[in-house]
Design a protein around this ligand. Structure first.
Ligand code: TSX
Ligand code: MN
Length: 651
């Protein structure tokens, strides 16, 4: 059922908007009265009462932001989110009534819901994502740049009246634990109740957060409109969004401001995640001397009970979430999760590098998630989960490609169509589950440590059928930054592009997320060495689970067996094992890589740890070509690393 805004809808909304233009409007309190069925449509009645004070905040910056945005967006109703269970229930009931969400079978999947997006609004839109720094130079070669004045003018006209007939939700959110000295605050305004529900799982959100933002404190204003105003009498689609050429995901780095228009999906709309915690935070980090990274955080305990923490950056389709939730196959070795996507890293008082996960949940890709690949993700999403664009079973549960073999004989696919072993996927390849991280059974108890956890090693990864060995360690911090800068992944058949098999560079897995010039970003990474003692910084490793043999078969078993690689990394950080000093980095001696009870031949192990100078000279040429895009802004240290590598390969 769709909701219809009737001509006599909420007559008080006009006076509301005019009040909202006045900064003193904050005394307003509004209340949804209820639903009325009318000709098969749901008529939603709101009553607006002046006089009742909204006591959520006295922060003038927040009040001004909300009132100015309200005047521009012209919503029918403003709702300040308190983050409560009751509020979430009210929103989901409304969405179900409007036919925008489906309640899954409560015995199979308690308090869980399915959303289907518009078929045109299914992923981040990188060609509609902009860094509107004052100069084009500051956005650098890896970002789309627009002049901030021009962009604001364009977007202001799109925003004007874009929330007509809708409710504006004010979402106070925090990135990082509230008691952490490194917490950052945001206020997201959105007309999407789906976004509110997702932000409630992905961030710390609501009353406690807005109370924590003291009058002198700063926050990142995050403006989000679906770009689908409802004029009187207009039908509301189940997933309102704007056409692709009107979508804008924009960042104003100098102002620490985020404006998003026209998309309701994931990283385009949940602004705390990629927009704030990576693009804007990378700028804050550059200016304040820390790092905002696209990294998982894990805790490893060895059989003696010794603990070390690691972070890892991997491009998409490398199984980063799988690694974050790894189940060890080696007796006595334990892996626990602290984060699967974003790490904020700072040098602590003791000179070591500490990592904190600023998020509060997982926004995981569903397809490929199964008992075999990600056993921990299964109980994590067994209840209190929002699913987007997965398939629906006849029993009212969810399904996606890779979950079970065979597929159920009948499904409703992500577009809402009957599916019977059809050639098209039942779940969209980018379909998602959203859950609170606290539901993860392998969550490390210290994941909310206010200072973060001290990092022993950083893993850089990529999907490479050759060239990159199973694991190698950098010669130095600078050499490790070189590793990060040359990260690359081969495009898989599942990725929607015709560049299958091609190597795509994705430095630090941050290509779409660096909020400023990538050359300056590399320089910032290099500069960390000057803020502490080199010996206190984490060791840097490059890993590759994806080498293939001459029959195009994966050589390394991967998944839970990756703990064997982590064991070597752990023992390197502990000074327990030596390594071969090769042209490309330190590699394991065969005896130090635990391959017990694996059916790998000596030849295969040699192959996994091989350095082929012929292939590497080609790689050096490829890096040289790739580095040209950074022009004069590429730090000399990285050029030096490249020429040193070249020289070592010729020896
Ligand atoms: O996530 C993966 N990891 C990391 C796990 C912690 N995947 C899946 C990638 C897609 C997101 C992997 N795929 C890994 C891996 O380590 N390795 C591979 C390649 C591979 C695929 C199948 C097999 C072995 C390796 N073997 C069998 O299926 C029997
Ligand atoms: Mn990510």
């Amino acid at each position: 059922m769709n909701s219809l805004i009737l001509p006599n809808f909420s007559p008080k909304c006009k006076s509301y908007v005019s009040i909202a233009k006045d900064v003193s409007w904050r005394g307003l309190h509004t209340k949804r009265k209820g639903f009325q069925k009318h000709n098969g449509y749901v008529k939603i009645v709101f009553v607006t009462t002046k006089g009742e004070m909204n006591r959520m905040t006295t922060h003038q910056g927040i009040l001004d932001f909300v009132s100015e945005a309200t005047a521009l967006l012209q919503p029918t109703h403003v709702h300040w989110c308190d983050g409560s269970e009751k509020e979430a229930e009210t929103l989901i009931d409304l969405l179900i009534q409007e036919g925008k969400a489906i309640r899954l079978n409560p015995t199979l999947r308690p308090n869980s819901f399915l959303f289907r997006s518009d078929p045109s609004d299914v992923a981040r839109v990188e060609n509609r994502t902009f860094i509107a720094s004052k100069t084009k130079r500051d956005a650098g070669p890896t970002n789309n740049w627009m002049d901030p004045k021009e962009l604001k003018a364009t977007m202001t006209s799109l925003y004007r009246g874009s929330m007509k007939g809708r409710t504006l939700y004010v979402i106070p959110f925090a990135m990082g634990p509230l008691r952490s000295p490194f917490v950052k605050y945001g206020i997201q305004l959105t007309d999407s109740p789906y976004v509110v529900l997702n932000m409630r799982y992905m961030t710390r959100m609501g009353f406690e957060v807005i109370q924590a933002i003291q009058p002198h404190m700063s926050f990142v204003p995050c403006l989000h409109s679906s770009g689908y105003p409802l004029e009187v009498g207009q039908m509301d689609p189940s997933w309102p969004c704007a056409p692709i050429d009107q979508k804008y995901i924009t960042h104003f780095p100098e102002e620490r401001l985020i404006w998003s228009y026209g998309s309701g999906y994931g990283g385009n709309a949940l602004l705390g995640k990629k927009c704030f915690s990576l693009r804007i935070a990378s700028v804050l980090a550059r200016d304040e001397g820390w790092l905002a990274e696209h990294m998982l955080i894990i805790k490893i305990t060895n059989p003696e009970g010794k603990v070390k923490y690691f972070t890892g950056a991997f491009p998409s389709a490398c199984g980063k979430t799988n690694l974050a939730m790894l189940i060890s196959t080696l007796p006595g070795w334990k892996v626990e999760t602290l984060g699967d996507d974003i790490a904020w890293l700072r040098i602590g008082k003791d000179g070591r590098l500490y990592a904190m996960n600023p998020e509060f949940g997982f926004f995981g890709v569903a397809p490929g998630t199964s008992e075999k690949t990600t056993p921990i993700a299964m109980p994590t999403s067994s209840k209190d989960t929002i699913f987007t664009n997965v398939a629906l079973t006849d029993g009212g549960d969810v399904w996606w490609e890779g979950l079970t073999k065979p597929a159920p004989s009948h499904l409703v696919d992500w577009k809402g169509q009957d599916w019977k072993n059809s050639p098209t996927p039942a779940a969209h390849p980018n379909s998602r589950f959203t859950v609170k991280i606290s539901q993860c059974p392998a969550l490390a108890s210290e994941w909310e440590s206010p200072e973060g956890v001290p990092i022993s090693g950083i893993l850089f990864g990529g999907r490479r059928s050759d060239t990159i060995p199973l694991v190698m360690e950098s010669h130095s911090w600078q050499h490790g930054v070189f590793f990060g800068s040359i990260m690359a992944s081969e495009i898989t058949a599942a990725q929607i592009t015709n560049d299958y098999g091609k190597v795509r560079r994705d430095p630090f897995a941050m290509l779409p997320f660096i909020g400023y010039h990538a050359g300056d970003y590399f320089a910032h990474w290099l500069s960390m060495e000057r803020h502490t003692e080199a010996a206190l910084l984490p060791k840097i490793f490059m890993v590759n689970w994806f080498q293939k043999d001459e029959n195009n078969q994966y050589i390394w078993p991967g998944f839970g067996e990756n703990i064997r690689v982590i064991k070597w990394i752990f023992e390197r950080c502990d000074g327990q094992v030596s390594a071969r000093d090769e042209a490309i980095g330190y590699l394991p001696y065969q005896k130090d890589l635990d391959t017990s009870h694996l059916s790998l031949t000596n030849h295969q192990i040699t192959r996994l740890l091989d350095v082929n100078p012929i292939i590497w000279r080609k790689e050096v040429d490829s890096i040289e070509t790739y580095y040209q895009m950074f022009e004069e802004e590429l730090p000399n240290e990285l050029l030096q690393e490249l020429s040193d590598l070249k020289a070592r390969l010729l020896k």
